[in-house]
Design a protein around this ligand. Sequence first.
Ligand SMILES: Nc1ncnc2c1ncn2[C@@H]1O[C@H](COP(=O)(O)OP(=O)(O)OP(=O)(O)O)[C@@H](O)[C@H]1O
Length: 393
Amino acid sequence: MLQQIKKRKPSLPVILMTGWGSINLAVEGMKGGASDFINKPWNNEHLMQALKTALNLSDEPESPGTLTRKKLNEKYGFENIVGEDPQLIEILQTIARVSKTDASLLIMGESGTGKELIAEAIHNNSNRSHKAFVKVNLGGISSSLFESEMFGHKRGAFTDARNDRVGRFELANKGTIFLDEIGDLDLNSQVKLLRVLQDRTYEVLGDSRSKTVDVRVVCATNRNLKAMVAENQFREDLYYRINLIIVRLPPLRERADDIPLLANYFLKNLKEIYDRPNLKIDTKASNWLKYLPLPGNIRELKNLVERAVLLSEKDTLEVKDFEQHLEQRQAANLSSGLPVGTLSIDEMELSMIKNAMVFHQNNISRVAKALGLSRGTLYRKLEKYNIPYETQN
Ligand SMILES: Nc1ncnc2c1ncn2[C@@H]1O[C@H](COP(=O)(O)OP(=O)(O)OP(=O)(O)O)[C@@H](O)[C@H]1O
């Protein structure tokens, strides 16, 4: 029936309900396009919430999909999320559209790409903004403490439980819970998390009464959950439970034009913090920053700008003010390697030489030294790859 409905009226939201809930059935249903899957007996509040979410997602009265960056800032207060990249603007349009609903979101992206910032923006624009935003780093919770951390415990529930403890779900009640690093959760804890996300009920350790909770769930990960599902490291039913809306934050290297914007934004804040109103980044350095690999993404850029400000006495920051903080890490980076099949040897060589030329501002001796080549060999390679250079003595 779900298939028939989705064929005839694809935009009609469908919630499946069953007294014979099984994992496979739930997963099949979500894959088939159901917006939720509810087991009987149901919890009235949860059912209402599921209905509201499905309805809100299907009507888009103000259609933020067409809003410009400026309008998005005005309406949703996104000023602190800097960038003009089309991928970022599309993400902001999506979160503007879904923030008011209770839809669960999965935010994917490498470390330091702004996942937490996006999660906070969703909460701030939701109807839950006056309640708590509770962040839990699941990567930092051991499997033995998972239940006590998340659901709380009563005094005496286990040997070390000297006092009652309020769990994170209770703290987040009526607000938003942000489950960071969800890909790091072991399989046992995944089952326990699934249950509360599915039924919105849980038990405090040492107390047999069930508690209900009303939360918006936003998850984040830098791992490929789909691949983990295929390798049986992540439960498929949990995956479908958390990913009603998926947001993929691009790494900084895919939005290099945003780098100068971000660097200047961080600089603006530092001007105030350190009371140095004339700080600026010179044009050459601004452009140079765009070519840095920055595996730690926006967090790394922020730290780099801050270090340059702290250690430079001049107000105008130049390439060398940034460079000195990078050399060590760049060297370490080289040994980290790329997955097989990413690049051919020639492509890798070309990209290394180009990066080194930008990094050392076309100084042939320094580039040759950094790459472990003689100047003669470097010149031959520059010719081979058609990379412009000036002959230097
Ligand atoms: N678009 C942006 N504009 C301004 N600042 C940003 C932006 N994105 C991220 N930041 C800043 O960069 C830093 C890292 O961001 P955040 O902690 O949100 O990343 P994350 O993806 O959650 O990282 P992790 O995976 O390591 O938890 C924070 O200081 C955040 O404020």
